[in-house]
Design a protein. Structure first.
Ligand code: Q9C
Ligand code: ZN
Length: 345
């Protein structure tokens, strides 16, 4: 299986993030991708490719143009404001505040276009995220050209980013961009399976009223886990999309068999949908050793996940999302991909 590697991921390099009242070292760091790359170099699963530039149009199919313009100019505006260190929002337009007026103040616009204070925006965030989306599109091209599977190794991740906001370490929603591009390439039905520990609120919201892209997610219960305000089991889609969204929230500390039960339920829904492409939001923060998550998957379970997905028989695009046990994520991701590659033969 080929990997498309976003060689510019390191341009997004946060030093700190807010956590419970203090600045702590950032969790979502460049070394994460380096460890995956090292594992794939040590035990190669296929060719390593560089991204091909598909331009802005595929991003604009998913994200609001005004939001993309905001991201592109954000670092310069933060500098003009006298910002020191990474950029963080300060005010959010919740409920009785207006979000229909775009303020001229950059500090205010940062709140308009974000959902949390845990996502540092740095000098190279836009460039890294832009090339991440291009990497996802390039990996999609491989699958559309007939490859059984492809993997996009990139950061920052994408699944928390909505049509017009960033958050949860995410800026551009790579899974949504790839799924939409697949639809635009003529595939009638695309399924997205999100196995990151956190609910993919951005991806869900982007496709919530659509019947052509099915979103299924297994994640920590939002009653106690980020992103808190989406990801409940009663979110089943709306309008034309009713019945095309399925959430499987699981309690903290859940054992692995229950995780795989939820996987079977999610896959049952996807099988009924009969997709022509499976996009996997591959977060490995479900790992027992993850510092910010509370599931217990380990190397054998990651291999089992890859094998199970291969048995579905669908063209499959893996996109890197979370995973913060930095030194372990290389082999955790490798296990999923190798499990898939072996069973797909
Ligand atoms: N400082 C993804 O896995 N903050 N995003 C958690 C720990 C938000 C995770 C608190 C976690 C977002 C793509
Ligand atoms: Zn996550």
């Amino acid at each position: 299986m080929k990997t498309v590697f976003n060689g510019r991921h390191g341009l997004h390099a946060a030093t700190h993030e807010f956590f419970r009242g203090r600045l702590v070292p950032a969790f979502e760091i460049p070394a994460r991708a380096d460890f995956v790359l090292n594992a794939l170099r040590e035990r190669p699963l296929g060719e390593l490719l560089a991204p091909v530039d598909h331009g802005m149009a595929p991003l604009e199919r998913v994200h609001a143009p005004a939001y993309l313009r905001f991201l592109q100019g954000a670092w310069d505006e933060w500098q003009q404001l006298g910002g020191e260190g990474d950029a963080f929002p300060a005010v959010w337009p919740v409920r009785t505040l207006r979000s229909d007026v775009e303020p001229r103040s950059f500090a205010a616009r940062m709140g308009l276009y974000s959902m949390d204070s845990g996502t540092p925006l740095t000098s190279g965030s836009w460039e890294a995220a832009y090339w991440g989306a291009q990497s996802a599109l390039t990996a999609l091209d491989q699958v559309l050209a007939g490859e059984r599977g492809a993997y996009c190794l990139t950061r920052p991740p994408g699944h928390h980013a909505g049509a017009d906001f960033f958050g949860g370490y995410c800026f551009v929603n790579n899974a949504a961009v790839a799924a939409q591009a697949a639809r635009d390439a003529g595939l009638a039905r695309v399924a997205i399976l999100d196995v990151d520990y956190h609910h993919g609120n951005g991806t869900q919201a982007i496709f919530y009223e659509r019947a052509d892209v099915f979103f299924a997610s297994i994640h920590g219960d939002p009653q106690t886990e980020y992103p808190f305000f989406l990801g409940h089991a009663d979110e089943q889609g709306a309008g034309a999309g009713l019945g095309f969204n399925a959430n499987f929230p699981l309690p903290v500390g859940v054992d692995n068999e229950r995780w795989f039960d939820a996987l079977e339920q999610a896959l049952g829904r996807l099988q009924a949908f009969d997709p022509q492409l499976l996009v996997v939001s591959l977060g490995v923060d479900t790992y027992g050793g993850d510092p910010i998550s509370h599931f217990k998957l380990d190397r054998p379970e990651f291999a089992r996940l890859g094998e199970r997905l291969a048995r579905l028989g669908w063209p499959t695009l893996f996109l890197q999302e979370g995973g913060y046990a930095t030194e372990a994520i290389g082999w955790n991701v490798h296990a999923v991909l190798q499990g898939f590659a072996q069973a797909a033969r």
